[in-house]
Design a protein around this ligand. Structure first.
Ligand code: ZN
Ligand code: ZN
Length: 62
C-alpha cells in the first residue's frame, strides 16, 4: 500500500465549519488526507478508509 498521488484528484475541500466526516469525506491513513470517495477503499493505495473520527480527528494538522 503506497500512495501514488491519485488521491490528489479526490482530495476533500477544506472546510473548517464542520468535521470532514460530517461532510461525508473519508480518511486515508496512508495518503494522509481526506478524500471524497464513495467506496470503502482508497482509490489510490487501496487501504480501507476511515469513516469515523478517531481521537477527535479533524482536518489536517497545520
Ligand atoms: Zn494517495
Ligand atoms: Zn490512500
Amino acid at each position: 500500500m503506497v500512495c501514488r498521488n491519485i488521491c490528489e484528484k479526490y482530495r476533500a475541500t477544506k472546510n473548517k465549519g464542520s468535521s470532514p466526516y460530517a461532510q461525508g469525506y473519508k480518511r486515508c491513513q496512508v495518503c494522509d488526507l481526506f478524500i471524497k470517495w464513495s467506496g470503502t477503499r482508497c482509490p489510490c493505495c487501496q487501504r480501507t478508509l476511515r469513516t469515523k473520527p478517531h481521537n477527535k480527528e479533524a482536518w489536517y494538522d497545520e
